[in-house]
Design a protein around this ligand. Sequence first.
Ligand SMILES: [Zn+2]
Length: 150
Amino acid sequence: MTAPEDLQWLARAVELSRLCPPSKTAFSVGAVLVGADGEVLSEGYSREIDAHNHAEEAALAKLPADDPRLRTATIYSSLEPCGQRASRPRTCAQLIIAAGIPRVVVAWREPDLFVTACQGTALLISAGVTIVELPELAEAARAVNAHLLG
Ligand SMILES: [Zn+2]
């Protein structure tokens, strides 16, 4: 199920991905956390806080882990949340599940570039999280990473 606002918030996530410090070894991703009442709770982008930050992680780090608004929030990410990563013990899929966020909207599925077959979507679905893909914005999300994709 999608709402007209979904496209707008996801476009904001793609816009944030353009702020990422450049990297040759990691994607540039943006994320926006929006509460049930349509209020922006936080935003983040890859490498915003340190060199290994992922966008969803940066956005979540700006809120208390027990913020009750997370339980009804939607997180918009320009790329599917990671299900495996080398740089941190917890993946973004795990962070989203732990925060109790019930809904994830993404523009682009992770290509098999840094990991083989990203498991993020499968992990989220198995935890009962609703995941919505808006392919309308996939090209825009991909374009920010064109230098990685050759
Ligand atoms: Zn991640």
